[in-house]
Design a protein around this ligand. Structure first.
Ligand SMILES: N[C@@H](CCC(=O)N[C@@H](CS)C(=O)NCC(=O)O)C(=O)O
Length: 290
């Protein structure tokens, strides 16, 4: 292992604003709003405030899947929250998610608006509201929720651990990259062994467990996260590859991954979604004439 300069933590931690790294300008040690800003509200029952990151994609895929099943009540406006510009610290957003992270949902279909934050909570809320993608039989429901919560607990090691130290930290620290590469490969192996037994994570049926796990581990398996496909030898996880490819072909998944997306081919980016037609008329290639 290479030597790293020793660091002796002070008695009391203080905030070093110039700590470096990709997100140094937006990370803060305090919660709450930094500025007053109302959120826009569209005409649909569901208002989503989000960004096309893996956590955001879970919700737009779920909403597109519900619409594909014919649930008209799942019509939604997807507003763009630019986290690099600090939109998540506006007062309106913080009122919906005191944790200042996308995605956040406001359900205005009832007499009083209902706020929901945390992508896992949003998936369960929508699944229960529409009676879809979450089995009701106790054993199947328990298996589905186990994998859903596996994602919520595991992905921070992938994103905040591996991704951060492999791709974003201001210097490459061998100890940190080793530790989180090992954990990330272990997680891929967990998924691979499960998917060797069953078609989907919950069992024979596609559920919110797949909708939660796919945007993270499907993208990782295709080398789309942190440029780490070769480093982690993702091709070796054959069952994860099979599952990833099958989900990627679902029409609702193709639509959901376009919403609030700010990178990639202009034709794959629909910055805001207010109507089903927007996928045909408002992608970035059409907005900019690219
Ligand atoms: N556990 C949360 C994680 C959400 C999350 O980390 N969102 C990131 C983008 S993927 C974010 O909004 N970051 C902004 C920030 O940290 O200021 C969830 O699943 O909803």
């Amino acid at each position: 292992m290479t030597d790293v300069p020793d660091y002796t933590p002070p008695k009391v931690w203080t905030w070093n604003k110039d700590s470096g790294g990709r997100f140094a300008s937006i990370n803060r040690p305090i919660a709450g709003a930094t500025h007053d800003k109302e959120l826009p509200v569209g005409r649909h029952p569901l208002q989503l405030y989000s960004l096309g990151t893996p956590n955001g994609v879970k919700v737009t895929v779920m909403l597109e899947e519900l619409l594909a099943l014919g649930h008209a009540g799942a019509e939604y406006d997807a507003w763009l929250i630019r986290i690099g510009d600090g939109d998540q610290f506006g007062s309106g957003f913080v009122a919906i998610n005191p944790n200042s992270k996308i995605p956040a949902l406001l359900d205005r279909s009832g007499p009083a608006p209902v706020r929901v934050f945390e992508s896992g909570a949003i998936l369960i809320y929508l699944a229960e509201k529409f009676g879809a993608f979450l089995p009701t039989a106790p054993a199947a429901r328990a298996e589905c929720l186990s994998w859903l919560f596996w994602q919520m607990g595991s992905a921070p090691y992938l994103g905040g651990g591996f991704g951060h130290f492999y791709a974003y930290a201001p210097s490459k620290i061998e100890y940190a990259i080793d530790r989180f590469a090992m954990e990330t490969k272990r997680q891929l192996d967990v998924l691979d062994r499960r998917l060797a037994e069953t078609e989907y994570l919950g069992g024979a049926e596609y559920t919110i467990a797949d909708i939660a796990v796919w945007p993270w581990y499907g993208a990782l398996a295709k080398g789309l996260l942190y440029g780490a496909g070769e480093f982690l030898d993702v091709a070796e996880y054959r069952h994860v590859q099979r599952w990833t490819d099958a989900i990627a072909q679902r029409p609702a998944v193709r639509r959901g991954r376009m919403v609030n997306r700010l990178s990639g081919e202009p034709a794959s980016q629909l910055h805001e979604r207010h109507d089903a037609d927007d996928f045909d008329t408002k992608t970035q290639d059409k907005m900019t004439g690219a």
